[in-house]
Design a protein around this ligand. Structure first.
Ligand SMILES: Nc1nc2c(ncn2[C@@H]2O[C@H](COP(=O)(O)OP(=O)(O)OP(=O)(O)O)[C@@H](O)[C@H]2O)c(=O)[nH]1
Ligand SMILES: [Mg+2]
Length: 201
């Protein structure tokens, strides 16, 4: 993607497409909304009973809307060379997983958000990116109070995550925290540029 004129008529900025994936209700829409410099495009619909059996939520959840297509946001990184990041958030409910392939087209990396109360919910996303050899990082979205959080090694073990995959924690509601996740992902994806990447639709 190119062709975005800069204000000083300098060279076109580099454009990167990044993905935000993970289980149902883990905070993907919240994450994209926290970092985006434009009003994020959201495709939220009122939750119905259709996903109740396959996608249960924690008992204390107050969530009433779910993403049915995608979230879309944008961030401009001014220095050292202007870069525009397009962020695509996946829908989390199982009945929408069929769309992940199409949404991934042209992406250079992905964030897999995890919730330690339902760690198994992010396996599908991890498998998805491993199979396609797309660089990803796992970010634990800290819903739990500090005294109930797990050490990173325990989370890495439970997920069977290889050492080369960065594992970090974040608060998806917080812009700085979510930007740190994207910085880690960008560095990781660029460091793996020599490896085969990309996803076909
Ligand atoms: N306590 C806490 N709540 C959060 C955090 N991130 C998101 N939430 C809340 O968790 C709920 C789910 O967030 P969403 O962003 O809709 O989750 P999602 O992953 O986009 O959900 P689907 O698209 O339906 O799969 C919302 O009510 C958020 O306000 C967090 O870091 N801490
Ligand atoms: Mg969502």
């Amino acid at each position: 993607m190119s062709g975005y004129a800069t204000s000083d008529a300098g060279p076109d900025p580099t454009a990167l497409k990044l993905l935000v994936a993970g289980g149902f209700g883990v905070g993907k829409t919240t994450f994209v909304g926290a970092v985006s410099e434009i009003s994020p495009l959201r495709t939220e619909a009122l939750m119905t009973s259709a996903g109740q059996d396959s996608d249960p939520l924690p008992d204390d959840s107050t969530k009433t809307f779910t993403t049915v297509a995608l979230d879309f946001g944008r961030i401009t990184i001014p220095r050292p060379r202007q870069m525009i990041v397009f962020l695509f958030g996946f829908p989390g409910q199982e009945r929408f997983w069929f769309s992940w392939d199409e949404l991934s087209y042209g992406a250079v990396g992905a964030v897999v958000l995890a919730d330690t109360r339902r760690l198994g919910d992010c396996f599908e996303a991890i498998d998805f990116f491993e199979r396609r050899r797309l660089p990803f990082v796992v970010a634990v979205n800290e819903f739990e109070p500090p005294e109930r959080r797990y050490p990173p090694e325990a989370v890495r073990d439970a997920l069977g995550l290889p050492e080369h995959v960065p594992l970090i924690s974040c608060d998806a509601r917080d812009r700085q925290s979510s930007l740190d996740v994207l910085r880690t992902l960008t560095a990781h994806a660029l460091s793996r540029l020599t490896a085969p990447m990309g996803v076909s639709p």
